[in-house]
Design a protein around this ligand. Sequence first.
Ligand SMILES: [Zn+2]
Length: 98
Amino acid sequence: MKSRRNRGSKWGAEFQPLDLERVRIGVKRTELKRGVEYSVQTTSGARADDDKSWVCPNCHLGIAKGQSHTVAWDSVRGVDTRRHFHNACWKAFQGPLL
Ligand SMILES: [Zn+2]
């Protein structure tokens, strides 16, 4: 079910049970870029996947540990396509996600 924000019904009918993983990672939203729908989350970067380092596919620079950044993936192809972007890079990014 798509969540479209419905002004007027505050804590609306679409309340979902608390999902710990989702809370830890951040709030998920969807964005369209060139007709492709992406699922997008902003993360604090504080998640302790310590061995991981990410290279932003937009600028090809690393994302520092603890740096707030954006995780995005193709909604259709699924979470396996996810990439980590600098927040500004995600805004500039126009796809496609490889
Ligand atoms: Zn970047």
